[in-house]
Design a protein around this ligand. Structure first.
Ligand code: IPE
Ligand code: IPE
Ligand code: MG
Length: 257
């Protein structure tokens, strides 16, 4: 594992890693256990990956913990997940603080039960002064919800003449997203063998490198994170340009053909 870690080029780290933590249910069912058992074990992976990112010096880690669509799961699973969330935050907030980690949340907080949103609010305030890793929990989040909210708020500002439609740029739109304070993810990881985005950061992932692994989330550890980062570092990110242009830019930054 340390061998893998040493192979990582610390000057070429992704600034922002986003993860769709998938496969908890299947992991549990394969062991003849209840789905909640999988979610429970998934917390150990969260702990390990947060620690791994903080140790490497990653700036932002966004974890997809619960989607807008996940509210439609059986009530016992939803309740179990909410309780697990509250319990985990309560237990981990001291450790986050000690490690200079700042917690953020994106998503529709109005959907959360009161006890969960109160716990979260406290944790957000508690870690607000930290300057190390930014840990963003996507909770009751979906991209289409976020974009709908953004359009609604933007329309309001146009209506009250705070915003001139002709002056709207990509930067303006970005200011209305829940991720306005974060750079776009450069690496997106999805565990458990599904090759889809499932309503996660659709706008922000425009140029992210996508990494899929069959490893189920409760088995995902630092070693797997390092493998994903090494894979990322082996890719050529072209942003619409040609490979030759990218090579030229690397030799003489700032110059283009
Ligand atoms: C991901 O695991 C966690 C959440 C969506 C909350 P799943 O619960 O989706 O697990 P699978 O995909 O059914 O195995
Ligand atoms: C995406 O996983 C949401 C989270 C990991 C929180 P899902 O398991 O809900 O996605 P689908 O249903 O397989 O697309
Ligand atoms: Mg799933």
């Amino acid at each position: 594992m340390d061998v893998l870690k040493e192979e990582i080029d610390l000057k070429k780290l992704p600034r922002h890693i986003a993860i769709i933590m998938d496969g908890n249910g299947r992991w549990a069912q394969e062991k003849g256990q209840d789905r909640l058992f999988g979610h429970f074990h998934g917390v150990e992976s969260v702990r390990d990956i947060v620690e791994g990112c903080a140790e490497l010096g990653i700036g932002y880690l966004t974890l997809y913990a619960f989607s807008t669509e996940n509210w439609d799961r059986p009530a016992y699973e939803v309740t179990g997940l909410m309780e697990l969330l509250v319990e985990t935050i309560r237990k981990e907030v001291e450790t986050l603080n000690k490690n200079n980690i700042r917690l953020h949340v994106i998503g529709d907080m109005s959907m959360l039960p009161d006890y969960a949103s109160m716990e979260l609010k406290e944790a957000l305030e508690f870690t607000a002064g930290n300057t190390g890793l930014n840990l963003v929990m996507a909770l009751s989040y979906s991209s289409r919800w976020e974009l709908t909210e953004a359009v609604r708020n933007l329309a309001r500002d146009v209506q009250t003449e705070k915003l001139d439609p002709d002056a709207i740029t990509q930067d303006t739109l970005q200011q209305y997203l829940s991720t306005r304070d974060f750079p776009d993810p450069e690496l997106m990881i999805r565990t458990s063998g599904e090759y889809r985005i499932s309503n996660f950061l659709l706008y922000q992932l425009a140029y992210a490198e996508l990494y899929f692994t069959s490893v189920r989330w409760p088995d995902f550890r630092k070693k797997n994170l390092y493998e994903a980062i090494l894979d990322f570092q082996g890719r050529e990110r072209r942003f619409g340009k040609t490979s030759a242009q990218i090579q030229q830019d690397l030799m003489a930054p700032g110059t283009t053909f």
